[in-house]
Design a binder for this molecule. Structure first.
Ligand code: UDX
Length: 437
């Protein structure tokens, strides 16, 4: 198939590379000509394991090209909209300017029979609205909504062999045509057994919002249990293992810690609440406000636990934050709990040094007032407290003996509950986990 991908950010770049890998002829389009130049030269402008190698592989086949001109979308049979929907400034709702702008710009490049497939995470009702617009200009083209569920760090795998495909399509012949086009594009993963569900527009859009809401709720649930564990002396990690053995609950996404962040979960649950409010169904989602509150509370709690470790005062104390990315195997610092905690500590008088294997440049850009150190040993030197806030493998592997030789005082907050507290305590450290005795 000839495919265009509109928007080559995280989602679009991964989708473009993976669609070329599946054998299609792909043009990736973005208004940011620097990004286009990087991708065309075989450089991925963000960190995603496996993507640089795959980009090299598909560029060499000649099946993938990048362009800053929307006119180059002409000739593609299927156009994927992969632009961002960030949180609107000063509001909970999604900022739809990129989706609307890209869609309008694409109209000039469409040809009869084309399929426009939305992948961006959008408020329910968007696909129907865009379909109406399309009908005015190109009555023989069709809109479909095919949400993505990719996780950063696993983006290639999640695109090439996802858990499921969801297609939101209109009724009748146009819907059948859109379904057939998507089936052809995804024929390889479909033939390997990936499930595919066909639904109406609203259901497809809601699947994404519901999935992210459920994941966020699961994390906030276990973090709420961590709060209760802290006042009862119970251990949330054992609790999670025990309830997770119930197949109906499952152990995944039950890791208590400093909470969720990133470019998706926080803004998606807020946009979902905002949209439900517009539709008069806000009561149905008031629990998401609590999910959000619990999550934000974890960051404040980490600051308080650090103050406690340091004997009640942060003033002038040297704190080393291990990890700036919102999760390991990513250089993404958008709404990163780790970076938020580092900044709060600094504002409250501590001298904070942040280290991270991948995210220092992005973190420095967001919070230039924090100190950054790439070398791990150097970062830990003379610290009054270590805070493990993003569970990179290299931080999980730190031993109490090695770091004891570097720090000034043996204090550690394990914000992700990934270290063995008893080993650290036995080595003379004041160790604090989250929701553990
Ligand atoms: C998420 C969804 O998983 C994905 O399906 C969707 O398409 C986009 O949003 P992502 O943002 O890449 O993906 O990260 P994810 O792995 O879901 O983690 C989100 C946050 O939750 C991270 O900050 C992570 O540290 C935190 N988390 C995750 C926990 O605090 N505890 C857990 O048990 C799991």
């Amino acid at each position: 198939m000839h495919i265009s991908i509109i928007g080559c950010g995280y989602l679009g770049a991964v989708h473009a590379v993976c669609m070329a890998k599946l054998g299609h002829d792909v043009v990736g389009i973005d208004t940011d000509s620097w990004k286009i130049g990087e991708l065309q030269a075989g450089r991925v402008p963000f960190f995603e394991p496996g993507l640089p190698e795959l980009l090299d592989e598909v560029l060499a086949t000649g099946r993938l090209k990048f362009s800053p001109n929307m006119a180059d979308a002409k000739g593609a049979q299927v156009h994927f909209l992969c632009v961002g929907t960030p949180q609107r400034k000063g509001a909970y709702a999604a900022d739809m300017r990129h989706v609307d702008g890209a869609f309008t710009a694409l109209l000039g490049s469409l040809e009869p029979g084309n399929v426009v497939v939305g992948k961006s995470t959008v408020p329910v009702g968007t696909a129907a609205r865009l379909a109406e617009l399309l009908a005015d200009h190109h009555p023989d083209s069709v809109v479909a909504w095919n949400p993505e569920f990719l996780r950063e760090g696993f983006a290639v795998k999640d695109t090439l062999s996802p858990d499921r495909f969801v297609y939101g399509v209109p009724d009748g012949e146009p819907g059948a045509r859109a379904t057939a086009a998507l089936d052809e594009i995804y024929s390889t993963p479909l033939s390997l057994g990936t499930r595919r569900l066909v639904a109406d527009y609203a259901t497809a859009e809601l699947v994404k919002a519901a999935a992210n809401s459920f994941l966020a709720t699961k994390i906030s649930f276990i973090n709420a249990m961590a709060e209760v564990c802290e006042v009862t002396g119970a251990d949330v990690t054992v609790l999670a293992d025990a309830i997770g053995l119930d197949e109906r609950i499952g152990r995944k996404f039950l890791n208590a810690g400093i909470g969720f962040g990133g470019g998706c979960l926080p803004k998606d649950i807020r946009a979902f609440m905002a949209r439900a409010g517009e539709l008069g169904a806000d009561q149905a989602l008031t629990f998401l406000r609590e999910v959000d509150d619990i999550n934000v509370r974890r960051r404040m709690r980490a600051v308080e636990l650090t103050r406690g470790l340091l004997g009640g005062s942060l003033l002038g104390r040297r704190i080393t934050v291990l990890g700036a990315a919102f999760k390991p195997d990513s250089d993404d610092v958008r709404d990163s709990p780790a970076l938020n905690i580092a900044a709060q500590l600094q504002l409250q008088g501590a001298a904070v040094t942040v280290t991270d294997p991948r995210a220092i440049d992005g973190a420095r850009h967001r919070f230039p007032e924090l100190a950054y150190e790439r070398d791990l040993d150097e970062a830990m030197s003379d610290a009054d407290a270590l805070l493990l806030l993003t569970e990179w493998d290299e931080y999980r592997a730190i031993t109490p003996e090695r770091s004891a030789q570097l720090v000034r005082t043996r204090n550690i907050l394990d914000g992700r509950n990934v270290l063995d507290g008893s080993t650290w305590r036995a080595a003379g450290w004041s160790y604090k986990g989250i929701g553990t005795p």
